[in-house]
Write a protein that binds this ligand. Structure first.
Ligand code: MG
Length: 158
């Protein structure tokens, strides 16, 4: 078995028009825009780093460099699929994942099931192997500046 750990953070910019927060491919209205070169899907980013890390692979910034045309606005599901392929090549499967998502708003709890289901499909595991905790920054200044995700994964032999 192998364990992996990943982290991602994106700056946010409050906007009167608001924006769209993408969490594991689930699009959620937010009172801010997420600053990102790709689609800014912080869950896919943190989880991809966790899986690659478990396999001794590169971090996603090395594999999918920001500021390159090919990664501009890219669907980050492709990054997770790359990490899954890397794990598969070395004879491992994802057993379970556990995430912490920190965002002051919007409230993400109502989206838990959809996010779990979206991840379960990509990871090819049951939804009860996708754990998610939603946290805030307790109103600290960073609340208005960023969203973040921590991810762990457990990989097992095929
Ligand atoms: Mg990112």
């Amino acid at each position: 078995m192998r364990i992996g750990f990943g982290f991602d953070l994106h700056r946010i910019r409050r906007s009167p028009k608001g924006g769209v927060l993408i969490v594991a491919g689930v699009k959620i209205s937010a009172p801010y825009k997420v600053e990102a070169h790709s689609d800014g899907d912080l869950v896919f980013h943190a989880l991809s780093d966790a899986i690659s890390s478990a396999m001794g692979g590169p971090d996603i910034g090395e594999k999918f460099p920001p500021n390159e045309a090919k990664t501009l606005n890219m669907d980050s599901k492709k990054i997770l699929e790359w990490a899954m392929k890397l794990a598969g090549q070395k004879f491992s499967l994802v057993n379970s994942v556990s995430l912490v998502i920190a965002a002051e708003e919007p409230k993400l709890t109502p989206f838990r099931k959809r996010i779990q289901e979206a991840l379960a499909v990509v990871l090819k595991i049951p939804t009860d192997r996708v754990g998610i905790s939603f946290k805030t920054f307790e109103g600290l200044p960073i609340s208005n500046e960023a969203i973040a995700c921590w991810a762990t994964c457990l990989l097992e032999e095929k």
